[in-house]
Design a protein around this ligand. Structure first.
Ligand code: PEP
Ligand code: MN
Length: 360
């Protein structure tokens, strides 16, 4: 699969003057719930109404969706509000039912993208469709697996394609439900600049009060749109209660987001500048994360030295490290002076950590 301008055609044809917005509940619960949310989203900038009807749950025993019945409710949404509809499909049967019920856009969930067998089954079932199909990133941070899934659809002749970045699972406790690993999305865009890329801040954050910030970062990184879970009574939603927002909050988020159009040169300049700054922010956060990790290792070394009563400062080892870092830095275009100053500071912090462990 190579990048082609036509990849954007479906999105360009919508003629939007703002990023694409997909909103609606995590799960369709009842006909009344679905219709009530749809009516509240009707005259807003929302382009597609979402509702999950087959829900992939991590543990059994949770609400697993209303099933095919929900497709009728989505049809009612379209008839009553004129909004286009979308849902998640995870096997051949889902695809056939969704196509029969004329759902406008289908997405493939993170737990399906990980499986080449399932992706192939879905691609075969979708063969020849002109529906829009969006592929969420796999739960694990593997760009090749994500692209591989999209490729299977492309090879099956599905041309109205796009991707959804919903973050990645991690064993480490973080402030996110699924860590964004923005560099993967940036790499995705570098490889396929014309393949529409939508951000899903709901599943990245897991918390409604973080949705605005993640959405703004995504727009600054030139994402083409957002998928935001929306429910009139988020706290009592049958799934993903903590991350859903009310339609009113969604409208406020959309109003407050800085959305830059590319129509005049000044705006294009600002957009590019924001994009680069957002990339810098991503890297800066990674630097902090790495330094935090490094200091944790230093604490471990401090603990060992304490057991054996060994001195904190071991100059021979330190000089070896510095020599290697100067060479590595040179390869990356970093001056010797900078490397020495930076590592002196890092080393000092490391010594402080070790001393705290030894004397604490
Ligand atoms: C969803 O969109 O409700 C969903 C289940 O998402 P994901 O596949 O990203 O977990
Ligand atoms: Mn959800």
């Amino acid at each position: 699969m190579e990048n082609k301008k036509e990849m954007r055609t479906w999105l360009d044809n919508l003629g939007l003057d703002h990023p694409l917005v997909i909103a609606g509940p995590c799960s369709a619960e009842t006909e009344e719930q679905v219709l009530k949310i749809a009516h509240e989203l009707k005259d807003t900038d929302v382009n597609y109404f979402r509702a999950g009807i087959w829900k992939p749950r991590t543990r059994p025993g949770n609400f697993e969706g209303v099933g095919a019945l929900g497709l009728k409710w989505l049809q009612k949404v379209k008839a009553e509000t004129g909004m286009k509809t979308c849902t998640e499909v995870a096997n051949r049967n889902h695809v056939e039912l969704a196509l029969e019920h004329d759902i406008d856009l289908l997405w493939i969930g993170a737990r399906s993208t990980v499986s080449p067998f399932i992706m192939q089954e879905i691609a075969d079932a979708l063969k020849g469709t002109d529906k829009i199909v969006l592929v969420k990133n796999p739960v694990n941070p593997d760009l090749a697996l994500w692209l591989g899934g999209i490729e299977r659809l492309y090879t099956a002749g599905i041309k109205n394609l796009g991707a959804i970045h919903r973050g990645f699972s991690t064993y480490e406790k973080t402030k996110y439900r699924n860590i964004p690993e923005w560099q993967i999305a940036i790499e995705f865009q570098n490889k396929f600049p014309d393949l529409p890329l939508i951000n899903d801040p709901s599943h990245i954050t897991g918390k409604r009060d973080m949705i605005f910030d993640v959405s703004q970062t995504a727009l600054d990184l030139n994402f083409d749109g957002l998928m935001i879970e929306t429910h009139f009574d988020p706290d009592n939603a049958w799934s993903d209660a903590a991350q859903q927002v009310t339609p009113k909050t969604l409208i406020r988020i959309m109003d407050d987001l800085k959305i830059r159009k590319e129509s005049d040169p000044e705006a294009a300049f600002n957009k590019e500048l924001d994009n680069l700054r957002a990339q810098i922010d991503v890297v800066d956060n990674q630097i902090i994360e790495l330094l935090g990790k490094r200091m944790k290792v230093a604490d471990g070394i401090g603990g060992l030295k304490k057991q054996k009563n060994v001195a904190v400062l071991q100059s021979k080892r330190w000089n070896e490290i510095l020599g290697k870092m100067v060479l590595h830095g040179d390869e990356k275009g970093l001056s010797e002076e900078f490397i020495l100053r930076m590592f002196k500071a890092i080393h000092q912090e490391s010594i402080n950590h070790q001393e705290k462990v030894i004397n604490g």
